[in-house]
Design a protein around this ligand. Structure first.
Ligand SMILES: [Ca+2]
Length: 474
């Protein structure tokens, strides 16, 4: 073993679910209270422009963990218990995750919280030392629900639980009556158990936090920290979607006109309160890691539209859906207070974390490590980034035509965002003069050369690891 082995850092990957990139103090919000995360950002690196590789749970997670875009890892839609073995419905066993790599490198590897990549009850992909995942999507005993039962507290996450408020189809919210009813608290409790287990080997913890994904359930003292009248309604809340693709008008989470501005503001206070709760809980974990040789990554699988363009949730290629918060800290190694503006792709984190452990991916992947650059306090080299996703019909309405599983691809290159929609008109936004993405200029004659060029970049990207279901982009 020797000193090189023992000097390798622990790695803790804290992945939230559906946290907006700008819903934190460190991201510039003057409203959202995140003191612990702000401290983490100040002690390390903040990626101001981080993007997921697919704005929906399972495909995004598979990319963060494998360094592959969806066309290469083939988790093309959300996993559900009936999707095991089905094309696009789970992460194939031969895809190599960061857990596989670090386990082989001698790390003690554990996961707490949602796995969401198939057979969620079964330890796999290297996380065999501590497998404590939600199994809510299958007919299996679930450690979180078992905990509620053992503790004798009501399970407020089950469907039809009392006390929840929901306006139209927007995020349902409520308060807990007992601290043991909150799932992020539970996730951090289990994470601390894993971290405190003694061992000579360094550890890798994947702390997968289901919040602030609905149901939005918060301790009763937190919503009062946010005043409804202070909640800034997004300027695009009533986006008429003029000249936008038609499919966007009929998405499942398009906000109905029955939801009033005041109702929307009230929901926002709970969403932000839940982020403050996450912050409190992550603070407990950070305190436990204080003084240890540990790389800490904090991020979200994808974003939350929170009213942008008349939507909540995600699945669209608008900024709030594809952009995520992303922090990296490693005391005495990474520079403190370093703000990286070069976009970080949803496939770059896996090889970057591996670099800190002295590892490189075994097979060809889409992502690249930015570890060398940021350890030197330098901006990584600029490059375009991409995202891919299935159609809304495939994600929300069970459409099973394989073409539907690979329906949209996005490229961002400098300030240009181009979205190629397989079954609808394309989108082009100039993020410099139109950061709100209100004006789709894809049909303007003066941009046709640019679009041809960006289509070429997409074709090149999908060919790098083989185009798979995105061969329609060639
Ligand atoms: Ca998610």
């Amino acid at each position: 073993m020797g000193s090189t082995m023992t000097s390798r850092p622990n790695i803790v990957l804290i992945m939230c679910d559906q946290m907006r990139w700008d819903a934190a103090g460190f991201a510039g919000s003057s409203i959202v209270q995140t003191p612990h995360l702000d401290r983490l950002a100040a002690s390390g690196v903040c990626f101001e422009n981080a993007y997921c590789a697919s704005p929906v749970c399972s495909p995004a997670r598979a990319s963060w963990l494998t360094g592959l875009y969806p066309h290469a890892h083939l988790q093309l839609r959300n996993y559900g218990p009936k999707r095991m073995g089905e094309f696009g419905g789970y992460l194939p066993h031969d895809r190599i995750t960061i857990g596989d790599m670090l386990k082989r490198a001698g790390y003690r590897c554990g996961i707490v919280g949602p796995w969401h990549l198939g057979d969620d009850h079964r330890p796999q992909h290297g996380f065999s030392d501590f497998w404590c995942t939600y199994r809510y999507l299958g007919d299996y005993p679930d450690p979180l629900f078992d905990y509620f039962h053992t503790e004798g507290v009501e399970n407020l996450y089950r469907s039809g639980a009392p006390g929840m408020t929901q306006y139209g189809n927007i995020l349902a919210f409520g308060t807990i009556t007992d601290p043991r009813q909150q799932r992020t608290t539970w996730t951090i409790d289990r994470s601390l158990e894993f971290v405190q287990q003694q061992g000579d080997d360094p550890f890798f913890l994947f702390a997968s936090i289901k919040d602030p994904h609905p149901l939005v359930l918060v301790p009763p003292d937190l919503p009062g920290r946010y005043r409804e009248e202070d909640m800034p309604l997004p300027s695009s809340l009533r986006d008429p979607l003029d000249r936008k693709p038609e499919f966007q008008e009929r998405g499942k989470f398009r906000i109905p006109s029955t939801v009033t501005d005041d109702e929307f503001r009230r929901m926002m206070t709970y969403y932000y309160a839940l982020i403050t709760h996450i912050d409190n809980q992550v603070g407990r974990l950070l305190n436990a890691l204080e003084g240890t040789n540990t790389v800490v990554a904090f991020m979200s699988d994808h974003g939350e539209l929170l009213g942008d363009h008349g939507y909540t949730e995600k699945c669209l290629m608008y900024e709030a859906s594809v952009r995520v918060p992303c922090l990296l800290s490693w005391q005495n190694h990474l520079p403190s207070g370093f703000r990286v503006t070069t976009p970080l792709a949803g496939v770059d984190l896996m090889p970057t974390l591996l670099s800190f452990a002295g590892q490189t991916p075994e097979t060809s992947i889409d992502g690249r490590s930015v570890a060398g650059a940021i350890l030197d306090g330098q901006e990584p080299e600029r490059q375009p980034i991409f995202a891919e996703i299935a159609s809304l019909d495939a994600i929300y309405h069970n459409a099973n035509n394989p073409d539907e599983l690979a329906a949209h691809v996005m490229i961002i290159d400098d300030h240009w965002k181009y979205v190629r929609n397989r079954f609808d008109i394309d989108e082009l936004y100039d993020l410099k003069i139109d950061p709100g993405e209100m004006r789709n200029i894809a049909n303007r004659p003066e941009h046709q050369n640019r679009i041809t060029q960006m289509r070429h970049q997409i074709a090149e990207m999908v060919c790098r690891t083989g185009p798979g279901p995105y061969a329609w982009c060639l």
